[in-house]
Write a protein that binds this ligand. Structure first.
Ligand code: PEP
Length: 254
Protein backbone atom coordinates (compact mmCIF):
# COMPACT_ATOMS: atom_id res chain seq x y z
CA UNK A 1 0.00 0.00 0.00
CA UNK A 2 1.08 3.55 -0.62
CA UNK A 3 1.51 5.63 2.55
CA UNK A 4 -0.14 9.06 2.16
CA UNK A 5 2.19 12.03 1.87
CA UNK A 6 1.03 15.53 2.75
CA UNK A 7 3.64 18.10 1.73
CA UNK A 8 3.39 21.81 2.40
CA UNK A 9 4.63 24.26 -0.22
CA UNK A 10 5.19 27.52 1.62
CA UNK A 11 6.23 29.30 -1.59
CA UNK A 12 7.82 32.75 -0.97
CA UNK A 13 5.90 33.42 2.22
CA UNK A 14 6.82 34.05 5.81
CA UNK A 15 9.42 35.59 8.03
CA UNK A 16 12.02 34.03 10.32
CA UNK A 17 9.71 34.40 13.32
CA UNK A 18 6.69 33.16 11.37
CA UNK A 19 8.60 30.18 9.99
CA UNK A 20 9.73 29.23 13.48
CA UNK A 21 6.19 29.38 14.87
CA UNK A 22 4.80 27.39 11.94
CA UNK A 23 7.49 24.71 12.17
CA UNK A 24 6.96 24.35 15.91
CA UNK A 25 3.19 24.15 15.41
CA UNK A 26 3.49 21.44 12.78
CA UNK A 27 5.94 19.43 14.89
CA UNK A 28 3.65 19.62 17.93
CA UNK A 29 0.60 18.49 15.97
CA UNK A 30 2.47 15.80 14.03
CA UNK A 31 2.54 13.62 17.13
CA UNK A 32 -1.15 12.83 16.57
CA UNK A 33 -0.61 11.79 12.93
CA UNK A 34 0.23 8.12 12.71
CA UNK A 35 -0.28 6.91 9.14
CA UNK A 36 0.55 9.92 7.00
CA UNK A 37 4.01 11.13 6.10
CA UNK A 38 4.33 14.90 6.56
CA UNK A 39 6.76 17.24 4.80
CA UNK A 40 7.24 20.99 4.65
CA UNK A 41 8.96 22.61 1.67
CA UNK A 42 10.28 25.87 3.02
CA UNK A 43 12.04 28.83 1.34
CA UNK A 44 15.83 28.40 1.15
CA UNK A 45 16.66 30.89 3.96
CA UNK A 46 14.60 28.84 6.42
CA UNK A 47 16.25 25.50 5.69
CA UNK A 48 18.64 25.75 8.60
CA UNK A 49 15.78 26.61 10.94
CA UNK A 50 13.83 23.69 9.52
CA UNK A 51 16.73 21.32 10.00
CA UNK A 52 17.06 22.40 13.64
CA UNK A 53 13.39 22.46 14.57
CA UNK A 54 12.31 19.29 12.76
CA UNK A 55 15.18 17.24 14.22
CA UNK A 56 13.81 14.37 16.27
CA UNK A 57 10.33 14.72 14.77
CA UNK A 58 8.75 12.70 11.98
CA UNK A 59 8.21 15.81 9.83
CA UNK A 60 10.43 15.82 6.74
CA UNK A 61 12.12 18.88 5.34
CA UNK A 62 11.89 19.87 1.70
CA UNK A 63 12.86 22.68 -0.67
CA UNK A 64 10.99 24.22 -3.57
CA UNK A 65 13.63 24.22 -6.28
CA UNK A 66 17.23 23.31 -7.09
CA UNK A 67 19.77 24.09 -9.79
CA UNK A 68 20.06 22.09 -13.00
CA UNK A 69 23.82 21.92 -12.32
CA UNK A 70 25.66 20.10 -9.54
CA UNK A 71 27.79 23.08 -8.48
CA UNK A 72 30.10 25.85 -9.62
CA UNK A 73 29.74 29.34 -11.09
CA UNK A 74 25.93 29.70 -11.12
CA UNK A 75 25.29 32.86 -9.15
CA UNK A 76 22.10 32.80 -7.14
CA UNK A 77 21.48 29.08 -7.55
CA UNK A 78 21.28 26.31 -4.93
CA UNK A 79 22.48 22.77 -5.59
CA UNK A 80 20.94 19.46 -4.65
CA UNK A 81 23.91 18.59 -2.44
CA UNK A 82 23.41 21.83 -0.48
CA UNK A 83 19.79 20.82 0.14
CA UNK A 84 20.86 17.38 1.33
CA UNK A 85 23.44 19.01 3.56
CA UNK A 86 20.60 20.81 5.36
CA UNK A 87 18.69 17.58 5.87
CA UNK A 88 16.20 17.90 3.03
CA UNK A 89 14.37 14.79 1.95
CA UNK A 90 12.18 16.34 -0.76
CA UNK A 91 12.48 18.98 -3.45
CA UNK A 92 9.66 20.29 -5.61
CA UNK A 93 10.52 20.28 -9.33
CA UNK A 94 8.62 21.85 -12.19
CA UNK A 95 5.96 23.69 -10.19
CA UNK A 96 3.66 25.56 -12.59
CA UNK A 97 4.82 28.87 -11.13
CA UNK A 98 8.38 28.01 -12.13
CA UNK A 99 7.27 26.79 -15.56
CA UNK A 100 5.29 29.99 -16.13
CA UNK A 101 7.39 32.73 -14.48
CA UNK A 102 10.88 31.30 -14.93
CA UNK A 103 10.49 29.51 -18.24
CA UNK A 104 11.35 26.05 -16.94
CA UNK A 105 10.78 23.47 -19.65
CA UNK A 106 10.68 19.69 -19.51
CA UNK A 107 14.40 19.46 -20.34
CA UNK A 108 15.39 21.68 -17.41
CA UNK A 109 12.96 19.88 -15.11
CA UNK A 110 14.43 16.51 -16.09
CA UNK A 111 17.92 17.87 -15.33
CA UNK A 112 16.70 18.95 -11.90
CA UNK A 113 15.21 15.52 -11.22
CA UNK A 114 18.54 13.92 -12.05
CA UNK A 115 20.52 16.37 -9.88
CA UNK A 116 18.06 15.73 -7.04
CA UNK A 117 18.46 11.97 -7.32
CA UNK A 118 22.27 12.25 -7.37
CA UNK A 119 22.03 14.15 -4.08
CA UNK A 120 19.79 11.60 -2.41
CA UNK A 121 16.71 13.85 -2.61
CA UNK A 122 13.25 12.70 -3.61
CA UNK A 123 11.80 15.05 -6.22
CA UNK A 124 8.13 15.99 -6.26
CA UNK A 125 7.46 16.44 -9.98
CA UNK A 126 4.54 18.79 -10.66
CA UNK A 127 2.38 18.44 -13.75
CA UNK A 128 -0.91 20.07 -14.67
CA UNK A 129 -2.98 21.78 -17.31
CA UNK A 130 -4.24 25.36 -17.60
CA UNK A 131 -7.94 26.18 -17.68
CA UNK A 132 -7.74 26.88 -21.39
CA UNK A 133 -6.16 23.47 -22.00
CA UNK A 134 -8.81 21.74 -19.89
CA UNK A 135 -11.63 23.52 -21.66
CA UNK A 136 -10.02 22.64 -24.97
CA UNK A 137 -10.10 18.94 -24.04
CA UNK A 138 -6.30 18.80 -23.94
CA UNK A 139 -5.76 17.73 -20.32
CA UNK A 140 -4.57 14.19 -21.01
CA UNK A 141 -2.35 15.28 -23.89
CA UNK A 142 -0.71 18.03 -21.79
CA UNK A 143 -0.06 15.70 -18.84
CA UNK A 144 1.23 12.96 -21.12
CA UNK A 145 3.63 15.39 -22.79
CA UNK A 146 4.91 16.67 -19.44
CA UNK A 147 5.55 13.15 -18.19
CA UNK A 148 6.95 11.76 -21.43
CA UNK A 149 9.21 14.80 -21.87
CA UNK A 150 10.85 14.06 -18.55
CA UNK A 151 10.92 10.25 -18.84
CA UNK A 152 12.69 10.56 -22.19
CA UNK A 153 15.66 12.05 -20.36
CA UNK A 154 15.60 10.41 -16.94
CA UNK A 155 14.46 6.93 -17.95
CA UNK A 156 11.50 5.25 -16.27
CA UNK A 157 13.64 3.77 -13.46
CA UNK A 158 14.01 7.27 -11.98
CA UNK A 159 10.27 7.21 -11.30
CA UNK A 160 10.79 4.55 -8.64
CA UNK A 161 12.09 7.39 -6.46
CA UNK A 162 9.89 10.27 -7.55
CA UNK A 163 6.60 11.60 -6.26
CA UNK A 164 4.28 13.18 -8.83
CA UNK A 165 1.94 16.04 -7.93
CA UNK A 166 -1.00 16.63 -10.24
CA UNK A 167 -1.71 20.32 -9.90
CA UNK A 168 -4.30 21.75 -12.28
CA UNK A 169 -2.97 25.27 -12.83
CA UNK A 170 -6.48 26.71 -12.65
CA UNK A 171 -6.91 25.34 -9.13
CA UNK A 172 -3.67 26.67 -7.63
CA UNK A 173 -4.26 29.48 -5.18
CA UNK A 174 -7.62 30.24 -6.76
CA UNK A 175 -9.95 28.53 -4.31
CA UNK A 176 -11.21 26.43 -7.26
CA UNK A 177 -10.59 22.75 -6.64
CA UNK A 178 -10.81 19.88 -9.08
CA UNK A 179 -13.73 17.68 -8.09
CA UNK A 180 -12.64 14.35 -6.62
CA UNK A 181 -13.81 12.70 -9.85
CA UNK A 182 -11.87 15.11 -12.07
CA UNK A 183 -8.73 14.66 -9.98
CA UNK A 184 -9.10 10.87 -9.80
CA UNK A 185 -9.47 10.66 -13.58
CA UNK A 186 -6.17 12.47 -14.15
CA UNK A 187 -4.38 10.54 -11.40
CA UNK A 188 -5.52 7.26 -12.97
CA UNK A 189 -4.34 8.53 -16.34
CA UNK A 190 -0.89 9.37 -14.92
CA UNK A 191 -0.57 5.95 -13.30
CA UNK A 192 -1.61 4.23 -16.52
CA UNK A 193 0.92 6.28 -18.48
CA UNK A 194 3.71 5.13 -16.16
CA UNK A 195 2.36 1.55 -16.19
CA UNK A 196 2.84 1.43 -19.96
CA UNK A 197 6.56 1.42 -19.16
CA UNK A 198 6.64 -0.30 -15.77
CA UNK A 199 3.69 -1.79 -13.89
CA UNK A 200 5.61 -2.15 -10.63
CA UNK A 201 6.84 1.45 -10.66
CA UNK A 202 3.31 2.65 -11.43
CA UNK A 203 1.90 0.60 -8.51
CA UNK A 204 4.36 2.09 -6.03
CA UNK A 205 4.19 5.65 -7.37
CA UNK A 206 2.66 8.24 -5.05
CA UNK A 207 0.57 10.77 -6.95
CA UNK A 208 -0.34 13.80 -4.87
CA UNK A 209 -3.13 16.24 -5.67
CA UNK A 210 -2.43 19.97 -5.41
CA UNK A 211 -4.77 22.88 -5.99
CA UNK A 212 -6.68 24.57 -3.17
CA UNK A 213 -6.76 21.43 -1.01
CA UNK A 214 -8.18 22.50 2.35
CA UNK A 215 -9.46 20.82 5.53
CA UNK A 216 -12.97 20.98 4.07
CA UNK A 217 -12.27 19.06 0.86
CA UNK A 218 -9.26 16.92 1.79
CA UNK A 219 -11.11 13.76 2.89
CA UNK A 220 -13.10 13.51 -0.32
CA UNK A 221 -10.02 14.02 -2.48
CA UNK A 222 -7.75 11.72 -0.48
CA UNK A 223 -10.37 8.96 -0.49
CA UNK A 224 -9.93 8.52 -4.24
CA UNK A 225 -8.13 5.34 -5.25
CA UNK A 226 -5.25 7.03 -7.06
CA UNK A 227 -4.83 10.10 -4.87
CA UNK A 228 -1.99 9.30 -2.50
CA UNK A 229 -1.57 12.62 -0.76
CA UNK A 230 -1.51 16.33 -1.28
CA UNK A 231 0.80 19.19 -2.14
CA UNK A 232 -0.60 22.04 -0.12
CA UNK A 233 0.05 25.71 -0.81
CA UNK A 234 -2.08 28.28 1.01
CA UNK A 235 -3.39 25.92 3.68
CA UNK A 236 0.15 24.89 4.65
CA UNK A 237 0.79 28.38 6.03
CA UNK A 238 -1.52 27.71 8.95
CA UNK A 239 -0.47 24.84 11.23
CA UNK A 240 -4.03 24.00 12.25
CA UNK A 241 -5.28 23.76 8.65
CA UNK A 242 -2.23 21.86 7.48
CA UNK A 243 -2.53 19.37 10.33
CA UNK A 244 -6.25 18.94 9.64
CA UNK A 245 -5.31 17.87 6.10
CA UNK A 246 -2.74 15.46 7.57
CA UNK A 247 -5.54 14.07 9.77
CA UNK A 248 -7.61 13.57 6.60
CA UNK A 249 -4.65 11.57 5.27
CA UNK A 250 -4.79 9.35 8.37
CA UNK A 251 -8.55 9.00 8.08
CA UNK A 252 -8.42 7.81 4.49
CA UNK A 253 -5.23 5.72 4.76
CA UNK A 254 -5.70 2.00 4.26
C1 PEP B 1 0.70 24.75 -4.87
O1 PEP B 1 1.04 25.82 -5.36
O2 PEP B 1 1.48 23.80 -4.87
C2 PEP B 1 -0.66 24.65 -4.33
C3 PEP B 1 -1.22 23.50 -4.29
O3 PEP B 1 -1.23 25.83 -3.90
P1 PEP B 1 -2.68 26.02 -3.23
O4 PEP B 1 -2.90 24.88 -2.27
O5 PEP B 1 -2.62 27.34 -2.56
O6 PEP B 1 -3.67 25.98 -4.35
Amino acid sequence: MRQPLIAGNWKMNGSKAGAEALLLGVVAGSKDITKTEIAVCVPFPYLYLGEQLLAGSSVRLGAQNLCTEAGGAYTGEVSGSMLSDFGCRYVICGHSERREYYGEDDAAIAQKLMRAAESGLTPILCVGETLQQREGGETDAVIAAQIDGVVAQTGIEAFAKIEIAYEPVWAIGTGMTATPEQAQAVHAFIRARIAERSGSIADGLRILYGGSMKPGNAVELLAQADIDGGLIGGASLNAEDFLAICQAGDQTAA
